[in-house]
Design a protein around this ligand. Structure first.
Ligand code: GLU
Length: 482
């Protein structure tokens, strides 16, 4: 039997990391087993329609390389793959159940039911529809339907027994039918309820395995009554454990850290996010942590899914991101860094030097502007910075060094690495000084900061001749004036 999995998002406008994880696991499982991965858009609740939301789903999945074999844009044998475009298929299914006595039309007025529900809830009881319309005769029901009286179609839930299913992660899940309401399958406007459409489509699209968030765990026994009513085979259910911010709190949109987009904006690489998300609730059974998508396909198995909830550790993601940044080629690093260079106002500076000094240091790209702020404007700095034991410098030595360095650098025919390097290092040799004794004051005068990415020569090159010399002069003047 061909394995067929699906990702069935409701378009909300964002991609929650939990959603991305569901998509990924479904994709990996299908690909690992030579099956098909489908994308289905669950948009029956048109009141929650968000402009552009489907685009976010497409672009996020494409961005991370999760490619669907059947879906809204490419079609397939079981399309359309957008529920609102399938709306005519649900009513006939519901009528089929009415015909076989497994469902029935209900003409009770919404306002009356709402009032009864409110009364019930006020008494602290759970409202359950009393099957009033189940007892209408077939003829009576038919007459009402034909006369245009508004109705919904409800499932006739057995009054006794239990509804249950076996989940791969959570085991046997059962609920007492006596606790279940006769759920609505088709609403008064003819549209299916979310649950009904979900089940009808999973069957119609020949889905064999459903992996999704555990928020559906408790309603799945109820959905399964539908499979029984139709006499359909049920898919294998794998409900995934929650992704938590800490022991007690779910990763939530309120904290600004639940969406894929949040991390892209914070300068994380999509490969690192995907890799980290893969490990939230799954492990390969060995110590490996770094996986390309292709490697995940090879390594994935349902047995590797965890039964305990996953804690989202942003420090771990950040560490992983830093490792991914180190692995980038020079060109890729620069391509990723460019928007941040622009932000920092340094995009006119030498990209290969920037890459050399930043790639080993940053954990996320957003750190760039702060790290290089001294390149665009020299900070106000204390003259104490010139004092450094290891380099054997203090204010006096620094002033003497800058006195020697300035004419030397001014007379350089070309402002380039070897020339700057030779000038400064030869000077140290000539004067019998440590290299650091020359380089420290130069770097402090150039950067106005004790800690900088890059050394004196790199900074001088980035600043360019004019600005570098200007800063060295200022340093010398300030030292002379104290
Ligand atoms: N449409 C549901 C959601 O976006 C997913 C339902 C399912 O996977 O069965 O949460």
């Amino acid at each position: 039997m061909e394995i067929r999995t699906r990702f069935a998002p409701s378009p909300t406008g964002y991609m929650h990391l939990g959603g991305l994880r569901s998509a990924l696991y479904n994709y990996l499982f299908a690909k690992k087993n030579g099956g098909k991965f489908l994308l289905r858009i669950e948009d029956t609740d048109q009141s929650r329609f968000v402009e552009g939301a489907t685009e976010v789903i497409y672009s996020t999945l494409r961005n991370v390389g999760i490619v669907w074999d059947e879906g809204p844009d490419i079609g397939g044998d079981f399309g359309p793959y957008v529920q609102s475009e399938r709306k005519d298929s649900y009513l006939p299914h519901a009528l089929q159940l009415v015909e076989s006595g497994k469902a029935y039309p209900c003409f009770c007025k919404k306002e009356e039911l709402d009032a009864r529900r409110a009364e019930c809830e006020a008494r602290g009881e759970i409202f359950k529809y009393d099957k009033h319309c189940l007892h209408l005769s077939k003829e009576e029901a038919k007459r009402k339907m034909e006369s245009g009286e508004p109705y919904v179609i409800r499932l006739n839930v057995p009054e006794k027994g239990e509804a249950s299913f076996d989940d791969v992660i959570y085991g046997h899940i059962a609920v007492d039918c006596a606790d279940l309401d006769d759920m609505v399958l088709i609403k008064a406007d003819g549209m299916p309820t979310y649950n009904f459409a979900n089940v009808v489509d999973d069957h119609a699209m020949r889905i064999t395995h459903v992996m999704r968030g555990n928020e559906f765990l408790s309603s799945t026994p109820k959905f399964n009554l539908l499979y029984d009513a139709f006499g359909w085979d049920k898919p294998v259910y794998v409900h995934l454990t929650n992704i938590m911010r800490d022991e007690r709190h779910k990763l939530s949109k309120r904290d600004g850290d639940a969406y894929f987009e949040d991390y892209i904006k914070k300068g994380y690489l999509k490969e690192a996010i995907l890799n980290y998300v893969a490990l939230l609730g799954w492990n390969p059974g060995d110590e490996r942590e770094f996986f390309t998508l292709e490697e995940l396909v090879q390594a994935f198995s349902i047995e590797g899914l965890s039964k305990s909830q996953a804690i989202f550790d942003v420090n771990k993601l950040t560490w992983m991101n830093a490792e991914y940044i180190r692995m980038l080629s020079q060109e890729d690093f620069t391509a990723h860094a460019l928007p941040y260079y622009k932000d920092a106002g340094i995009d006119h500076m030498d990209k290969s030097i920037l890459q050399k000094i930043l790639q080993p240091r940053i954990e996320t790209f957003v750190q760039i502007p702060e790290l290089v702020d001294f390149l665009t404007a020299i900070p106000e700095y204390e003259l104490e910075l010139f004092t450094n034991k290891k380099s054997k410098t203090d204010a006096e030595v620094s002033k003497a060094v800058l006195d020697m360095v300035l004419p030397l650098l001014e007379s350089l025919p070309a402002w380039e690495e070897t020339a700057l390097h030779d000038a400064l290092i030869n000077l140290a040799a000539e004067k019998g000084m440590k290299n650091g004794t020359i380089l420290w004051p130069v770097r402090i005068a150039l950067a106005g900061k004790a800690v900088t990415p890059g050394g004196a020569i790199e900074i001088a090159l980035l600043l360019g001749r004019e600005e570098a010399l200007r800063r060295l002069y200022i340093g010398r003047e300030r030292l002379a004036a104290q």
